[in-house]
Design a protein around this ligand. Structure first.
Ligand code: DQA
Length: 146
């Protein structure tokens, strides 16, 4: 199983960005932990980050045939991007929406996700653990299908 791990805008600044909200772990550290878990569980992951919506759309399109599932923290685009939602719906790969913070405990505008309706599920509020839980969920979900 091959999982594409996508991170959207500002997540390259993790570790330094608003640490009271997002903690002190960097994106590179999260990706390293995910890599260890992936190896343990016998799946492969590829991690990418972009601050650009169109680049994320292109990567989602390219995932069809190359990956079996997507783990996605779209950052602020979660709450605004019909283009990312349409891209996920178009490729139809099982996707889990991930957030470090509990978006439901924050500002009103973060409580709505454009992406959640086309995702298998949402994991939000567990810091870097959200990513690890999402990888386990994707694998479990995929294996229970086959
Ligand atoms: C975030 C939550 C979003 O609302 C915010 O715009 C982010 C990070 C999270 O991981 O908690 O950039 O996706």
């Amino acid at each position: 199983m091959r999982v594409l791990v996508l991170n959207g805008p500002n997540l390259n600044l993790l570790g330094h960005r608003e640490p009271h909200l997002y903690g002190s772990t960097t994106l590179a550290e999260i990706e390293a932990r995910l890599g260890e878990l992936a190896a343990e569980l016998g799946v492969t992951i590829e991690c990418r980050q972009s601050n650009h919506e169109g680049v994320l759309v292109d990567w989602i399109h390219g995932a069809k045939g190359a990956f079996d599932a997507i783990l996605f923290n779209a950052g602020a685009y979660t709450h605004t991007s019909i283009a990312l939602r349409d891209a996920l719906a178009a490729v139809g790969l099982p996707t889990i929406e991930v957030h470090l913070s509990n978006v439901h405990a924050r500002e009103e505008f973060r409580r709505h996700s454009m992406l959640a309706p086309v995702c298998r599920g949402v994991i939000s509020g567990f810091g870097p653990l959200s990513y690890l839980l999402a990888l386990r969920a994707l694998i479990d979900n995929k294996r229970s299908e086959s």
